[in-house]
Design a protein around this ligand. Sequence first.
Ligand SMILES: [Zn+2]
Ligand SMILES: [Zn+2]
Length: 109
Amino acid sequence: MSRATENTDFDCAACGRHVPALTNGSYRNHCPHCLSSVHVDVRPGDRASHCHGIMRAVAVDYHPKKGFQLVHECQGCGHRQKNKVAEHCRVPDDRDLILALQARNTPWG
Ligand SMILES: [Zn+2]
Ligand SMILES: [Zn+2]
């Protein structure tokens, strides 16, 4: 089985922790420890942005087909992008952080 070149380990630009590649076949673009990402894409996966600002998770969205998605907002330019929550893998996204984000964005929170 060959490993996709984009799906490699990296060190998080926001919290500095090591982020292992996803093992469930998806492409990981954010940190499971602090949920932050880096603004490198104009469209998901294209690496066409030169901003390179830190993108922080600001909300959680639920899509009936795609499941839970994090809403990332760039601290550099304000660009917003949705990313699938990483689950069922070696290092899944921090569930407590996701729940806290979700609670902040519901009328019941
Ligand atoms: Zn991080
Ligand atoms: Zn940006």
